[in-house]
Design a protein around this ligand. Structure first.
Ligand SMILES: *Cc1c(COP(=O)(O)O)cnc(C)c1O
Length: 386
C-alpha cells in the first residue's frame, strides 16, 4: 500500500511519445499552450488568465513577485520589510515563495476544526507593513474563501491563494480558480492531476498575467506569445527579475491527458475512498475529521485525520508495524529555523501538530485497503461506547 502516487498509464505515455516523435520541440510551445487552454476551459475562465509553470512552488514565487512589483509604491514607503501573512500549517513552499519574492513571511494560526487560516489571528497580525495574505486550501478545503477575499479587500491586502490541494474543488458552487486575485495550483507527482512536475497561476488582471508570463521566461517581455507561435524574441527588453520557470511540452502533454481523466476517474475515486474512510471511522473514539462546508465540493488530495487524546503516536506506530504508510502534513513552518524557530507560539497549529496523521489516499487504492487501515485504527483505539 502507498500513501500517495501518480496515476498515469498508456495514454500519458503515448502523449509524451507523440511530443518526442512528432512535435519535435520539447520546450514550451504549442502543447503547453494547449494545456493552458484546456485548464481555462475546465475552470471556465479566459486563456490569458492561465500561466503554466514548471512547479507549484514556481507558481507561488511568481505570484508573490507579481504582488511585490504591483505594490512597489506602497512597499517603497514602508518602514520595514513588506509582510505576507501565511498559515503555519502548509508545505514549506508557501513560505519559501513569499520569502524569495522579498517578503517577510509571517506565520499565523489556523482554525482547529478546519486547518485553514484563522482570520481573527490574521487581523491581530496586520500592521502597516502587511501587504498580502496567502490562504491555503488545506486538505482541499476551500473553507470560507468568499469571506477571506472580502476580509482582504476590506483591509486593502492582496491575496495569493495556495490552491495546490484544491484542483477540481468548488467553493459555494464556484470552481477554485474561477475567482480570486492570484490563485496557484500544483501539478506535481501526487496532486489531483499531475504533469510529473508542474503548476500554474490563475490571474484576474491583465497586468498581473503579463508580469507572471514574462517572469517565467527570464523577464523577457512578450516571449510567451513568440514561443506559442513557434518563434523566439531576438531583440527583447527585460524590465523585471525573471526565472526559468516555463512548462515543457513533455510535461504539458501529461497534464492534458490527466485533465481528461479528472472528472471521470480521479474525482469520483478520491471522493468515494474519502467517504468510505468517514463511514468506517465514524464510530471510533478519538478520531476526528476536519469540518467542511456542505456548500463546498471537496476533491480530497490528502486525508489528514485528527487523532485525539495524545494517541497519534500509538496509531502511527501500529500502522507502521503493519506496513501501512502514514504521513504528517505538515511540520508547522513557524517552528522551522528560517521562519522563527518557534519564537512565537501558535496554539492551534501546535495542537494539530500533535494530532495529525495522514492516511493513504489516491485513486489506485482499493476499498479493501481503506477497510484494512480503518480496522487497524479501530483495533488500536477501540469503538465508541465500547
Ligand atoms: C505541493 C504543494 C506546493 C508546491 O507545489 P510543487 O508543485 O510541489 O512545487 C505548495 N503548497 C502546497 C500546500 C502543496 O501541497
Amino acid at each position: 500500500m502507498r500513501l500517495s502516487r501518480s496515476v498515469v498509464g498508456e495514454d500519458e505515455a503515448n502523449a509524451v511519445s507523440k511530443v518526442i516523435t512528432e512535435d519535435g520541440y520539447l520546450g514550451m510551445g504549442t502543447v503547453a499552450r494547449e494545456f493552458e487552454n484546456a485548464i481555462a476551459r475546465y475552470i471556465g475562465i479566459e486563456p490569458w488568465q492561465v500561466i503554466s509553470v514548471n512547479s507549484g512552488t514556481a507558481a507561488l514565487h511568481l505570484a508573490c513577485q507579481t504582488v511585490y512589483i504591483q505594490e512597489q509604491e506602497k512597499i517603497r514607503n514602508l518602514d520595514g520589510n513588506p509582510e505576507f501573512i501565511i498559515p503555519s500549517l502548509t508545505f514549506v513552499a508557501s513560505f519559501q515563495a513569499a520569502r524569495a519574492a522579498g517578503f517577510k513571511a509571517v506565520p499565523c494560526d489556523v482554525l482547529l476544526e478546519t486547518g485553514t487560516m484563522d482570520l481573527d489571528d490574521v487581523q491581530r497580525r496586520i500592521n502597516k507593513n502587511t501587504v498580502a495574505i496567502m490562504p491555503v486550501d488545506y486538505a482541499s478545503n476551500p473553507w470560507k474563501l468568499d469571506e477571506t477575499y472580502a476580509f482582504a479587500s476590506k483591509n486593502g491586502l492582496r491575496v495569493v491563494e495556495d490552491a495546490a490541494h484544491a484542483f477540481g474543488c468548488k467553493h459555494h458552487r464556484k470552481k477554485i480558480g474561477s475567482f480570486g486575485d492570484l490563485v496557484c495550483f500544483s501539478f506535481d507527482g501526487i496532486k489531483n492531476i499531475t504533469c510529473g512536475e508542474g503548476g500554474c497561476i490563475i490571474a484576474f488582471q491583465k497586468d498581473a498575467a503579463t508580469l507572471c508570463a514574462d517572469a517565467r521566461l527570464l523577464g523577457v517581455k512578450g516571449d510567451t506569445a513568440k514561443r506559442f507561435a513557434g518563434a523566439r524574441s531576438w531583440d527583447p527588453d527585460v524590465v523585471h527579475q525573471g526565472w526559468r520557470y516555463h512548462l515543457s511540452n513533455i510535461m504539458a502533454a501529461i497534464g492534458i491527458v490527466q485533465l481528461k481523466r479528472l472528472e471521470t476517474e480521479f474525482i469520483p475515486a478520491r471522493r468515494r475512498l474519502y467517504e468510505l474512510y468517514r463511514q468506517k471511522l465514524s464510530d471510533i473514539e478519538n478520531v476526528a475529521f476536519f469540518v467542511t462546508d456542505p456548500d463546498d465540493f471537496i476533491v480530497p488530495h490528502i486525508l489528514p485525520l485528527r487523532i485525539l487524546e495524545e494517541k497519534r503516536q500509538l496509531v502511527a506506530n501500529d500502522l507502521q508495524a503493519r506496513g501501512i504508510p502514514t504521513g504528517m502534513h505538515y511540520k508547522p513552518n513557524h517552528l522551522l529555523s528560517l521562519f522563527g524557530g518557534g519564537a512565537n507560539r501558535l496554539p492551534n497549529v501546535e495542537k494539530l501538530y500533535g494530532e495529525l496523521l495522514t492516511v493513504p489516499l489516491h485513486p489506485c487504492l482499493a476499498d479493501e485497503d481503506v477497510i484494512l487501515v480503518c480496522d487497524e485504527i479501530k483495533k488500536v483505539l477501540g469503538a465508541r461506547n465500547a
